[in-house]
Ligand binder design. Sequence first.
Ligand code: SAM
Length: 227
Amino acid sequence: KGKLYIVPTPIGNLEDITLRALNVLKEVDSILAEDTRTSSVLLKHYEITKPLKSYHIHNEHKVLAPIIERINEGENIALVSDAGTPAISDPGYLLVRECLANEIEVEALPGATAFVPALIKSGFPTDRFVFEGFLPHKKGRQTRIKEIAEEKRTVILYESPHRINKAVEQFKEFMGEDRYISISRELTKLYEETITGTVEEVLVAITERKIKGEMVVVVAGKDYKPV
Ligand code: SAM
């Protein structure tokens, strides 16, 4: 039997890949990629040539059985996503579950993921935190925000630049303008920036100047007070 390797790739800065990740990518028989074009650019940069197959939310159910079969026949397979750690708000969970059900060993390599640097840069407590991934776009969005409003632990969210203003306005409505939040955008990239303050302060800042790029939102617990 082969193994499945979950391999994190950079979230911006191309140096954020571990030596082990590069070695695994060089040694596996094939690589499953969320987007083969994105990953082939990355692999080319590290001078890795491997058969690439697509594995994304639209085909992940369909391709499970053939992948399991290949690993059972002895192939070692790596899974990468467009950026960061596969299975973290990215495809991967289903495949891991299927491998474990088939007694296939899964090696999850530690590496780049956007929420850890965002949490740390917020300055909010890191001893207990909750990762909420993306908020629902429509149905259930308000309910989720109301739940987060009651949360005592630090909460981490992924949000798209198109919805960030809406999100912060909803925080104001359901959490109050004095709740502390932090937005980290373009982490590890040239225009990396973190904006931290009360909901009202952040709302003013992002309304004056439209913010772009990929971003992580960190919401302080409901009892949090800065020093
Ligand atoms: N698997 C990835 C990880 O480990 O973080 C997350 C993939 S998810 C589809 C993409 C989201 O991650 C973006 O919408 C953004 O919230 C966050 N993200 C990814 N790269 C980022 C970066 N360089 N700076 C800030 N947020 C980032």
